[in-house]
Design a protein around this ligand. Structure first.
Ligand SMILES: Nc1ncnc2c1ncn2[C@@H]1O[C@H](COP(=O)(O)OP(=O)(O)OP(=O)(O)O)[C@@H](O)[C@H]1O
Length: 513
């Protein structure tokens, strides 16, 4: 995964706490290694298992087109000359910047990243970029102490870290009065979501330090903006659940425990909301973001956070009704059903088991290490922190519940033998109508015999069971948890639109289209 500012453990501590090696040092051992390196022609040889094996050239054959290389196990291997790449001198071992390597080859880069990773150094610069290798376990490198160590320091002063990139962006913004962008890219499971959260954690912490002694950078109601009000139009929506990390701040675990203002906390707490509605377990990632996002944080001229906006794109709505057996739907469905909140479940006419719902039961329901009940609590805390009233929250969960109920609508072919569909069990459609506030007759008619335009006339068209099933799936996609449609949040101001009204309109529009 790489982060670019359009801009491990001890390895991330400021230099001196842990020497990351690199090109420093002139010990006898290093001198010996350099002399040994100079005595032979060291190369990398491609290997199916290891990627690349180190070796040295014994001799060249066929006018240099083939080289015989001695490998670590003592064997010799003939390799086409174009397949080998030169090793970098020992002084570049653990180099903090890939761009410094004398021989910039795939083998050299892999070796450098691997050596660093094995020592807990997950971050490495590559010119302007920062490369992060996913450690798949928590490292003590995101604490308040580390934030303080990176704050206002030059990149060269500390070991590579995502905080250094965030700090550079912050300083460029304040010094040059220019917008800064961080691009986070990588394949699924690479760590984009986690590192994005670390960036926000860092910016929130640093911004909180800039705030007056009140402890909050700004009260949400009284933003002091450097830009026009129009530039502050926002729509907070989601965030990925730092299932394991940042969402839990402030925590007692030493990670991000500093006192943050309300606005900073609201920005951080967007994560569990966004992840609940937009993330799902996939075969590659237990907490995969099923959407792209653009996070914008607005600062005052003094570096306090004034507001935030998260846009999301291309939410994989089809996951609601269709996914591989080895994957789950969006977290929120399981969190709600496993909330243990009997009152809420009864209001929403739900049982507490994913196995009772057609849209959930055909694929995976449990994820190792993921406790939906605990995540539910984090979601409710986040919704409270961001400022949604109990009524507004109930409206969100009505949408979630109505999708589950729509999936359970049972359809059959008409008894007359015609292909026309009929509702087999009216209980589920009654539940849907109750939750969405749609008249039952109207929804049934719209599903089974919608009015369609034929020329200038409107006529009722009977649908087959297959057509109705397709229609209910499309209906779910229309009303699926896309809170961006419903949330508008800016500099602490957030309002929920008439969700129910929207849902009904969306539902009827979908059915009558
Ligand atoms: N810096 C990190 N420290 C600890 N764990 C990490 C770190 N980065 C990633 N992980 C682990 O890897 C998992 C996958 O990371 P993440 O969700 O950030 O990937 P992603 O690139 O956003 O994937 P997707 O594109 O599927 O959303 C996380 O849930 C977390 O367990």
């Amino acid at each position: 995964m790489s982060v670019r500012n359009a801009s491990a453990t001890l390895a991330a501590l400021p230099r001196g706490s842990a020497d990351s090696g690199g090109a420093s040092g002139s010990s006898a051992a290093e001198a010996g290694a350099a002399a040994e390196f100079a005595s032979k022609k060291y190369v990398w040889v491609p290997d199916k298992e290891a990627g690349y094996l180190p070796g040295w050239v014994v001799r060249e054959e066929q006018n240099g087109e083939v080289v015989v290389v001695a490998l670590p196990d003592g064997s010799h291997q003939s390799v086409p000359a174009f397949d080998i790449s030169k090793q970098n001198p020992p002084r570049f071992e653990l180099s903090e910047n890939i761009a410094d390597l004398t021989f910039l080859s795939e083998a050299g880069v892999s070796h450098c990243l691997r050596q660093r990773y094995q020592r807990g150094m997950i971050y490495t610069y590559s010119g302007l970029f920062l490369v992060a290798v996913n450690p798949y376990h928590q490292l003590p490198i995101y604490t308040d102490a580390i934030v303080a160590a990176y704050k206002g320091r030059r990149r060269e002063d500390n070991a590579p870290h995502v905080f250094a990139v965030a700090d550079e962006a912050m300083r460029n913004m304040l010094d040059n009065r220019e917008n800064q962008s961080l691009l986070v890219t990588g394949e699924s499971g690479a760590g984009k979501t986690e590192n994005t959260k670390k960036v926000i954690q860092y910016l929130a912490a640093v911004a909180a330090d800039m705030a007056p002694a009140t402890g909050s950078s700004l009260t949400p109601e009284a933003p002091s903006l450097t830009r026009s009000a129009s530039s502050m139009r926002n729509g907070l929506s989601k965030a990925g659940s730092s299932r394991y990390t940042m969402d839990k701040m402030p925590s007692s675990e030493g990670e991000g425990t500093k006192q943050l203002g309300l606005l900073e906390r609201q920005i951080l707490q967007a994560n569990p909301i966004l992840e609940a509605f937009g993330n799902a377990q996939t075969i590659r990632n237990n907490n995969s973001s099923r959407f792209g996002k653009f996070v914008r944080i607005e600062f005052t001229s003094t570096g306090c956070i004034a507001g935030a906006n998260i846009d999301w794109y291309l939410l994989e709505k089809s996951r609601v009704h269709n996914r591989s057996e080895a994957e789950r739907s969006f977290h929120v469905f399981y969190q709600l059903l496993r909330s243990g909140d009997r009152d809420l479940l009864s209001k929403l006419l739900l049982t507490g088991s994913p196995g009772d719902y057609a849209y959930l039961k055909s694929s995976r329901q449990n994820v190792e290490g993921l406790d939906d009940g605990v995540e539910w609590k984090a979601l409710r805390t986040a919704l409270d922190t961001v400022g949604f009233s109990p009524e507004e929250q109930l409206n969100f969960f009505r949408v979630v519940a109505s999708i589950l109920q729509i999936g359970n609508i049972q359809l059959a072919e008409d008894r007359s033998g015609a292909e026309q569909a009929r509702i087999d069990n009216s209980a589920h459609i009654e539940k849907v109508c109750h939750l969405l506030g749609v008249p039952e007759q109207e929804l049934t008619k719209a599903l089974l015999r919608p009015r369609v335009k034929a020329g200038r006339e409107w006529v009722s068209q009977s649908r087959t069971r297959k057509q109705v099933l397709e229609e209910t799936a499309a209906l779910c996609k229309t009303i699926s948890p896309d809170e961006q449609k419903y949330f508008h949040w800016s500099a602490g101001h957030r309002r929920l639109r008439d969700l129910r009204g929207q849902l009904i309109r969306a539902a009827l529009h979908q059915l009558h289209k």
